[in-house]
Structures are given as C-alpha cells and as structure tokens.
Design a protein around this ligand. Structure first.
Ligand SMILES: Nc1nc2c(ncn2[C@@H]2O[C@H](COP(=O)(O)OP(=O)(O)OP(=O)(O)O)[C@@H](O)[C@H]2O)c(=O)[nH]1
Ligand SMILES: [Mg+2]
Length: 373
C-alpha cells in the first residue's frame, strides 16, 4: 500500500465509525422515546387512551395506503376507445373540402365502400399481421378452392384481395388477405393493410411466436377501435408441447382483456419425416402439412352466426375515424397551400407596386443623362 493513501483510509474508517455510532445513537434514542411514550399512554385513563390509539391506528393505516398507492406497479390499462365522428359531420366536412378544390375522391370512395359493405350484409374478416406469419396460408386453409399465393419469403402479398371463406357449418364470410407489416420499405403496403383492418368487422391478428413490441403496439392500436380481435398463434407445429403451453399461457395472461380469443393453429408449411420401406431402405419424405385451423374456424363461425349487423357500429366508427384523420391531413395541406398562395400574391403585388413607384425616378434620371451638358 502506498504511504500517501494511509491517512485517507484512516479518515474514511473514522468517518464510518462516527456514522455508525450516530446511527446506533439515533435508534436507541428513538426506541427510548417510543418506550417512554408507551409508558405514558398506558398510565393514562382509558377514556383518553382509547381515542389516542384509534387516531394512531388511522394515521398508520392512512400512511400505509398512501405508500401502497405510490409504490404499487402501474396497472396496464386498455387504450381508451376513441370517440368516433358522426357520419353526417364527416360527409359535411368532406364536401366543404371538395368546395376548396381539394381532391377528395379517395375519401368519397372509402365512404362509398363503407355503405356498400353495410348493404351487402356479409361479415368481413381482415387477416392482419407481420410478414411471413402465415396469413395467406390461413386464408388458403379457410378458402381452399381459391387459395392465395404463399411463400417462405416475406412480402409475398403486395395488395389487398378478398376470398370467400367457407365454414363447416355452411356459413360463409369474406376474408381479406393483406400485405404483411414490418417489411423493409413497406410503409405504403402497411398502410393498405391497416386501412383494410379498419374496414373489417373482425380482425384476425396473426403471429407466429410471442409478440414483439411492435406487434404488441399494433394489437393495442387495433383494440382501440373496439371491434372484435382474434389473436391467431400460427405455426404452432414449430413448438414442442411444453413450449406451446408456456407461450399460450403467457399470451392469454397478457392479452386476456384485449382480444376476444386466442386461437393456436397450424395453417400449412412443409413437414419432413423418414419412412422405413419393406426392403429396409429409409425414404425421406417432404410434403405440405395438412392445415389444422379448427379453433379459428370455430371462432369465426360464432361471428358469422351473429351476423354483420351487430358488428357494424364498431366497423363504421373505425372507418369514419380513419376518413376523418385523412380529411384533416388533406385540410392541413390545403391550408398550407392557400397560405403559400397568399404570400406569393402579396409579394408579387408589393414588387409590382415598388417597381411602379420607382418608374418616374428612372424617367428623370434617363432624361438627366440625355440632357445636353
Ligand atoms: N411450419 C409452418 N409453416 C407455415 C405455417 N403456415 C404457413 N407457413 C409457411 O410460412 C411461410 C409464409 O407463409 P405465407 O402464408 O406466405 O405468409 P404471409 O403472412 O401471407 O406472408 P406475407 O404475404 O409475405 O406477409 C410459407 O412458407 C408457409 O408455407 C404453419 O402453420 N407452420
Ligand atoms: Mg401473404
């Protein structure tokens, strides 16, 4: 140890010893005061002692409650349901925007589609989720005669397409296959997927494992619209029984209040196995896995049995909210353009005015220049 560090250490030890002595002194003092207080209380007559004990108990209880409220872990709250705009309001605002020569064709088309779906009475289900989670495979399992393309590569589905899903009960519904979210440079396709999810009566949110933070916030965003959500855990074949049990348990605990049901399924993919032939040779087999999507089909059948009318208000509210968001964005752009146009007009007027004012001086100077010397 270096000699110049020794005094520093001694000082530290002395400070610690003084600190410890002070702490012990404080504890002993506090104990002594408490004992004296206790002895005095006990010496009091009962009529005085009783209210004092009750008041002390209330104070301790109150402090404990306050401490618990401050220190308890924050409870996860559901996102508040948005207050949807009314149809008449939205129509009037879109019309006002059109009067300002803003292109509102896309908003009008969305409102037209809202009315068209209400009139046709079908139950619309959007199959939504990250790329490659098996959305198109799920639709293929529910609508085998018109199965959409699937591929191990993410980003296979590039646009929204609808298929007629047929259920064992004989009921049918319209299934929308949408581009996957989370694709690199896929923001525009992601927007298509979100808009279709808002147009649907029921959204099947597909995941192929535990949800990432991004998937979690997407699910919570959708839940904010108050329409039924099914959390579909696909590719369940990739987990052994214990993993499956743990994953399903965790998802159920986390999303119990948020989704109508959690449905574990296996929509397809390839399965590989070996088979021993009669002559002893081993044959390697690779084939398409048979889909096992009964829990999803059963959940969808409940909505199909219910009918579209009961699910319409939440669907309409979601579409109107989205139309109103888009309209507000168009209005902001229009206001910015109009403000720019006003600035350009005034600037031009000011420049023309300044030029007009400076013209006599120019005449004078040209005359002065041309005057005989
Ligand atoms: N093991 C397994 N593979 C599956 C399952 N479902 C789908 N797959 C495979 O996962 C890959 C992606 O499936 P898709 O149905 O194309 O997935 P998607 O979500 O539509 O993908 P994008 O359109 O790109 O967003 C394909 O190779 C499927 O064969 C399943 O249940 N188990
Ligand atoms: Mg797809």
């Amino acid at each position: 140890m270096s000699a110049n560090r020794l005094p520093l250490r001694l000082l530290l030890i002395a400070a610690l010893a003084i600190g410890a002595a002070l702490a012990v002194g404080l504890v002993v003092g506090a104990l002594n005061t408490m004992l004296e207080f206790h002895a005095r209380v006990m010496a009091m007559p009962l009529w005085l002692r009783l209210p004092l004990i009750v008041a002390a108990a209330c104070a301790v209880g109150g402090l404990g409650l306050l401490f618990w409220r401050l220190a308890r872990p924050a409870r996860r709250r559901l996102p508040p349901l948005r207050e949807p705009p009314q149809r008449a309001e939205v129509d009037a605002r879109v019309e006002a925007l059109r009067q300002r020569e803003v292109d509102t064709a896309a908003l009008e088309a969305e409102l037209h589609e809202l009315d068209r779906r209400r009139a046709d009475g079908e139950v619309y289900v959007a199959v939504f989720g990250e790329i490659s989670t098996g959305k198109s495979s799920l639709i293929g399992a529910l609508a085998p005669d018109q199965a959409p393309a699937t591929d191990p590569r993410g980003g296979t589905t590039r646009r929204v397409a609808t298929y007629r899903g047929r259920l064992a009960s004989g009921r049918s519904l319209v299934l929308a296959d949408v581009p996957g979210t989370g694709e690199v440079d896929g923001a525009a396709r992601e927007a298509l997927a979100r808009d279709e999810a808002l147009r649907a009566h029921v959204v099947a949110v597909v995941a192929a494992s535990d949800l990432t933070a991004r998937q979690d916030s997407e699910l919570r965003w959708l839940a904010g619209f108050g329409k039924p959500l099914l959390l579909v855990l696909n590719k369940i074949d990739q987990f052994d029984a214990a993993e499956r049990h743990a994953l399903i348990g965790a998802l159920e605990r986390r999303y119990a209040g948020l989704v109508a049901a959690l449905v574990p399924v296996s929509a397809g993919g390839l399965e590989r196995f070996e088979r021993r032939l009669a002559d002893g040779r081993i044959e390697k087999i690779e084939r398409e896995r048979l889909p096992a999507v009964e829990p999803l089909a059963a959940a969808l059948d409940r909505y199909a049995a219910h009918g579209a009318a009961a699910l319409e208000p939440a669907r309409e509210a979601a579409v109107l909210t989205r139309v109103e968001e888009r309209r507000a964005a168009l209005e902001r752009d229009a206001a910015a353009r109009e403000a720019d146009a006003i600035v350009v007009r005034y600037t031009r007027r000011a420049v023309v005015g300044a030029m007009a004012r400076s013209r006599p001086a120019a005449t004078w100077s040209s005359r002065a220049r041309s005057a005989p010397r």
